[in-house]
Design a protein around this ligand. Structure first.
Ligand code: NAP
Length: 312
C-alpha cells in the first residue's frame, strides 16, 4: 500500500518526514508513479486537476492545508474521504498572526511607522482594548482559538458562522440574516472563513462599509488570513482610499504569488504578508498523515473529515 505525495513544492521534505515518523511507510512523490494501482493514500496540496482521478484504488486524501478549496476545485476529484489538516502547531501560528495584527492596528502602528519615516514626534489617540470589538468571520478551529487568545487582552468579541453557534465570551451571529448586525458591531474584522461557493468574493467595499466606526481609531480594520478568493482587492483599496476603512492586513490574495505590479504592494495602509499566517510544519504533517492512514487501514472514524457538499 503506497502513499503518494502530490501537488506540493515541499513533497520531498514531507516524504522525509514520513520516513522519519514511520520507516515502514511506502512513499512516492508525484510524478514518480510507476504503478497507479498501488496508490491507496494521497497527501495533497494543489494537485494538477485530473491526476488523482488516475489512481483507481485511492482510499483517502489528506490535505496538506486546513483549507481544501484547492482540492475541491478539481471536478474529477475521486469520491473518497478527504481529511483536512488540523494541528496545534498550525493553530498556534494562526493565533499569533491574528493577535499580532489586531494589536498592530489597535495601537496605530501603521501610522506610527509613517511618523517615524518622517521623523515626526506625534501623539496619536488610541482606544483601550475594551472599547473595541474584534469580529471574527468563521468560528471554526482557527477562529475559536483566536477568540480564546484575544479575550484575555481585553477586546469585546463577536463571531459569524454559517449555522447558529455558542462560544464562551463571543457574541455569535449566523447566516445571511445575522451578517449586517455582526458587521455593525465589529471594529476589527478578522476573516477566517473557508473558500466555498457561498463565501467566494464576500469581502467587498459594500460589506466593509457596514463595519462599525470605532470612536477613537480613524476607522475599522480588516485582517484576512482565510483565502484570497474571499476578497475583492479593488474593493479593499477603494474602501481604504475613501477613508471607510482605516487599515488592512492581508495574508492571502486572489492571485498568488501576488504580481509585482499589483497596487496592494505599495498601499501605505496595507500590511502585506505572503500567505505565511499559518504554515503547516512538515513534521506535524508527516505525523498527521501516518495517524490518518492508520485509522483508515483499521476502519476507524476519521477526524477532520471534509463535508464535500458544504465545501469545508
Ligand atoms: N493564511 C493561512 O496561512 C491559512 C492557514 C490555515 C488555514 N487558512 C484558512 O482558514 C480557514 C478556516 O480554517 P478552520 O480550520 O478554522 O476551518 P473550520 O474549522 O472548517 O471553520 C470554518 C468556519 O467558517 C464558517 N463558515 C463556513 N462557511 C460559511 C458561510 N457560508 N457563512 C458563514 N460562516 C461560514 C463555519 O461555520 P459553521 O461553524 O457554522 O460550520 C466555521 O465556523 C481555512 O479554510 C483556510 O482557508 C489559512
Amino acid at each position: 500500500m503506497t502513499t503518494l505525495i502530490i501537488g506540493s513544492e515541499r513533497a520531498s521534505t514531507f516524504a522525509q518526514g514520513v520516513r522519519d515518523a514511520d520507516p515502514s511507510f511506502n512513499i512516492r512523490t508525484w510524478p514518480d508513479v510507476p504503478d497507479p494501482k498501488a496508490i491507496r493514500y494521497a497527501l495533497a496540496w494543489g494537485p494538477p486537476p485530473g491526476e488523482l482521478a488516475k489512481l483507481p484504488n485511492l482510499q483517502l486524501i489528506v490535505s496538506v492545508g486546513a483549507g481544501v478549496d484547492h482540492l475541491l476545485k478539481d471536478p474529477s476529484l475521486p469520491g473518497v474521504p478527504v481529511v483536512r489538516f488540523v494541528d496545534e502547531d498550525l493553530t498556534g501560528r494562526m493565533v499569533s498572526y491574528v493577535a499580532a495584527n489586531v494589536l498592530y492596528h489597535h495601537r496605530r502602528m501603521i501610522e506610527l511607522r509613517e511618523k517615524q519615516a518622517a521623523r515626526t514626534w506625534e501623539y496619536l489617540a488610541e482606544p483601550a482594548a475594551h472599547e473595541l470589538t474584534v469580529g471574527i468571520m468563521g468560528l471554526g478551529v482557527l477562529g475559536q482559538a483566536c477568540a480564546k487568545a484575544l479575550g484575555p487582552l481585553g477586546y469585546k468579541l463577536a463571531g459569524w458562522t454559517r449555522g447558529p453557534k455558542e462560544v464562551a465570551n463571543v457574541k455569535c451571529f449566523a447566516g445571511s440574516a445575522g451578517l449586517d448586525a455582526f458587521l455593525g458591531e465589529t471594529d476589527i474584522l478578522v476573516v477566517l472563513l473557508p473558500l466555498t461557493p457561498d463565501t467566494r468574493g464576500i469581502i467587498t467595499r459594500k460589506l466593509l462599509s457596514k463595519l462599525h466606526r470605532p470612536a477613537i481609531l480613524p476607522g475599522p480594520v480588516l485582517i484576512n488570513a482565510g483565502r484570497g478568493g474571499l476578497q475583492s482587492e479593488d474593493g479593499i483599496i477603494a474602501s481604504l482610499d475613501a477613508g471607510e476603512l482605516y487599515a488592512a492586513s492581508l495574508d492571502v490574495f486572489s492571485t498568488e504569488p501576488l504580481p509585482a505590479s499589483h497596487a496592494v504592494w505599495a498601499h501605505k495602509r496595507i500590511l502585506l504578508t505572503p500567505h505565511i499566517a499559518a504554515e503547516s510544519d512538515p513534521r506535524a504533517i508527516a505525523r498527521y498523515l501516518v495517524a490518518q492512514v492508520g485509522r483508515s487501514k483499521r476502519g476507524e472514524p476519521l477526524p477532520n473529515l471534509v463535508d464535500r457538499a458544504r465545501g469545508y
